[in-house]
Design a protein around this ligand. Structure first.
Ligand SMILES: NC(=O)c1ccc[n+]([C@@H]2O[C@H](COP(=O)([O-])OP(=O)(O)OC[C@H]3O[C@@H](n4cnc5c(N)ncnc54)[C@H](OP(=O)(O)O)[C@@H]3O)[C@@H](O)[C@H]2O)c1
Length: 345
């Protein structure tokens, strides 16, 4: 029997509890494809899962990791449209083809085993082909799965961004920089915030963001965003802080603007919570929770990124060994990164 290396979380106090196991290599069921992993992108979610901070169900001894890019090695007898050799990415949620994800039961690397293993077998209907002409790396494509789709959903999920509109991104992590790249490609004016002037300089030079604000030295960054937009406000905000930043987002948003509530990096205590409903009403703003996105949104994001050959922001890659993956988790937690951290196989 063929075997493979799989990483599993043997406890959830620290990513140091990741351990390597030799396990049977899966095979493709009737409607499945077997994929040889080539790269996995890490997310803040992986850190939260490994440290018991993830607020949703997690399988015992889970194989972590949600974002897979790889090569199909075999297909089940009922599969059409895919064949061995196809380069593919796999949808985060193993069930949702279109519309909103309706529960937290089917996301790879949490409630079900994920992608930090050499081979995965997944339903063919969750797989999207990487455009054949693409020159992007597997790591860049893996980064589309969670981060790219989340950013895509924020910019196109409820109303489509128009050229000339303004988008603000909180922080310089994966979601923000990917969103920045997508928004610039859509012709938007872009603003990014960060705790670090050095990171802001880097984002300006490398990714061409139009305006930068340091949210540590300018805690009222909403006022600055209002100035930048001549008092019109920002049309779209990718809200990564959560309850601790939503007041500023509501102050910065334009009338009728869209705040996508994505992250929970800065939590406010209950007594510091703003009156979100009144603030949203007073701007006719849409405050919209995001759960990644559907297979359809993955397809749309892949097509757009492929057509425009957008260089997605992979900052650092590590190798698929237990020790290197532990290092990658530590690096992501250290907050030194701008963009994505990936594991190459
Ligand atoms: N809802 C969903 O479907 C979904 C999908 C993907 C991610 N998420 C969530 O979205 C958040 C971002 O994910 P990510 O993968 O981009 O994380 P990441 O790569 O780890 O980025 C985190 C960055 O956020 C910034 N940050 C931290 N506190 C902040 C604050 N108070 N205000 C503004 N920025 C702040 C920091 O940027 P600086 O160092 O520049 O200050 C930090 O580097 C996480 O909470 C993640 O769990 C949710």
């Amino acid at each position: 029997m063929s075997t493979q290396t799989a990483l599993r979380l043997t406890g959830r106090n620290s990513w140091e509890q990741l351990a390597a196991f030799q396990e049977p290599r899966p095979t493709a069921g009737k409607h499945e494809v077997l994929i040889k992993m080539r790269s996995a992108a890490l997310n803040f979610r992986d850190i939260a899962i490994s440290t018991s901070k993830y607020p949703f169900k997690v399988k015992d001894q889970v194989v972590p990791g949600s974002d897979a890019a790889g090569d199909i090695v075999s297909v089940g007898e009922g599969v059409t449209g895919f064949s061995a050799g196809d380069k593919v990415v796999v949808s985060f949620d193993q069930v949702t083809q279109y519309g909103p994800i309706k529960n937290w039961e089917n996301g790879l690397g949490g409630p079900v085993d994920g992608v930090l293993r050499e081979y995965i077998s997944v339903p063919a209907q969750t797989v999207v082909k990487i455009p054949s002409h693409s020159t992007l790396s597997y790591a860049q494509w893996a980064s589309v799965v969670c981060t790219g789709v989340t950013a895509w959903n924020s910019l196109y999920g409820v109303s489509a961004i128009k050229p000339g509109q303004t988008v603000l991104f909180q922080g310089t992590g994966g979601v923000s920089i990917t969103g920045l790249i997508l928004a610039k490609a859509a012709g938007a004016k872009t603003i990014i915030t960060s705790s670090s002037d050095e990171k802001l300089r880097h984002v300006k030079e490398k990714y061409g963001v139009d305006f930068t604000i340091n949210y540590k030295t300018t805690p009222d960054w909403a006022a600055e965003a209002q100035k930048i937009t001549n008092g019109q406000g920002v049309d779209y905000i990718l809200e990564n802080g959560g309850s601790g930043t939503i007041k500023q987002s509501l102050d910065a948003i334009a009338f009728g603007g869209v705040i996508s509530v994505i992250g929970f990096l800065a939590q406010a205590s209950q007594d510091e919570m703003p009156d979100v409903s009144t603030l949203a009403l007073s701007k006719a703003a849409i405050v919209r929770g995001i759960i990644i996105g559907s297979k359809q949104q993955l397809e749309e994001a892949v097509r757009f990124i492929g057509e425009k050959n957008l260089e997605l922001p992979v900052e650092k890659t590590f190798k698929f060994t237990r020790d290197q993956v532990v290092e990658a988790y530590a690096y992501l937690t250290s907050g030194q990164h701008v963009g994505k951290v990936c594991i190459d196989f």
